[in-house]
Design a protein around this ligand. Structure first.
Ligand SMILES: NC(=O)c1ccc[n+]([C@@H]2O[C@H](COP(=O)([O-])OP(=O)(O)OC[C@H]3O[C@@H](n4cnc5c(N)ncnc54)[C@H](O)[C@@H]3O)[C@@H](O)[C@H]2O)c1
Length: 274
């Protein structure tokens, strides 16, 4: 019998933070960074830690609302105290407007403020509070921001979410230019349809259970050239690569992870269209 290959510890000695780390792609990313040798802190909302996934039990799991600058300041302090510094930041936390999809003329200002506040302002607040640490980490310094295909192509009835994800790309490009002279890199990832509970809620409008997953798989077969949704482990592997020395010369990019989908196109046979 062949022995299992020993995973390469490409991030040994690095300290990493993942926001929105309690579920979905954030949890998969926190685990993958730890498996690659990094010491990891995961942040999420208080209530999200009520059911901390078993696979994160050896990580520092901290309550923090990324849309609050006071929370971010306190959590950065706690993270640095727990890890002894910070080299890698993954801005993954997100609020969604799937439960409130409307054309622009009906977008509720409170929904707009909430989605922009978590996704774009949250990414800004965490980047601002950690950039000096990432800068000090020099060539080990990394920021990876999770955007979306919707940040590049927009999406009907998702104005707040799409605009927040587009803003993240501009923030990525700007921060990349500011940190490049120190050797640190900043990139964005633009996932398409991904196999998470949130992805299932998006596809079905349901609570993301078994029916939602079936709807997500069906949507992927219809709209994604690869004919399947992406996996959290595939996004996590890309984050590990971007955080590694092998990616030292990649910065300011918005990298698609979408099976060729590129855009959530309008279905011309949608019965809701005039
Ligand atoms: N699932 C998809 O199909 C898909 C596609 C494109 C992009 N994305 C993006 O990928 C990332 C992860 O997606 P997911 O499907 O795992 O989503 P998810 O909803 O499962 O995870 C997001 C996490 O962020 C946390 N969060 C929300 N508001 C927060 C706040 N104010 N402070 C701290 N944490 C907060 C949530 O509690 C949750 O644990 C998100 O940025 C999302 O927008 C997802």
């Amino acid at each position: 019998m062949q022995p299992e290959p020993v995973p390469q510890q490409v991030l040994a000695g690095r300290r990493a933070l993942v926001t929105g780390g309690a579920t979905g792609m954030g949890a998969a990313t926190a685990r993958a960074l730890a498996d690659a040798g990094a010491t990891v802190a995961a942040w999420d909302l208080d209530r999200a830690w009520d059911d901390t996934p078993e696979e994160l039990s050896d990580l520092a799991c901290l309550p923090a609302d990324v849309s609050s600058s006071a929370d971010v300041a306190r959590a950065v302090q706690d993270t640095v105290a727990a890890l002894g510094g910070l080299d890698i930041v993954v801005n993954n936390a997100a609020a969604h407007d799937v439960d409130a999809r409307h054309p622009i003329w009906d977008v509720d200002e409170a929904v707009w403020d909430r989605v922009i506040g978590v996704n774009l302002t949250g990414t800004f607040l965490v980047s601002r509070a950690t950039a000096r640490l990432v800068k000090a980490a020099g060539p080990r310094g990394r920021i990876v921001n999770i955007s979306s295909v919707m940040g590049r192509a927009g999406s009907r009835e998702r104005a707040a979410y799409a605009a927040s994800k587009a803003g993240i790309i501009a923030l990525t490009q700007t921060t990349a230019q500011e940190l490049a002279p120190y050797g640190a890199t900043v990139n964005a990832l633009c996932p398409g349809l991904m196999l998470t509970r949130r992805g299932a809620i998006f596809a079905s409008g349901s609570d993301g259970g078994r029916d939602g997953i079936d709807a997500l798989n069906a949507m992927a077969r219809e709209r994604v050239p690869a004919r399947r949704p992406g996996l959290p482990a595939e996004l996590a592997a890309l984050v590990v690569f971007l955080a590694s020395d092998a990616a030292a010369y990649i910065t300011g990019e918005a990298i698609g992870l979408d099976g060729g989908m590129k855009t959530v196109f309008v279905n011309p046979t949608d019965p809701e269209l005039p």
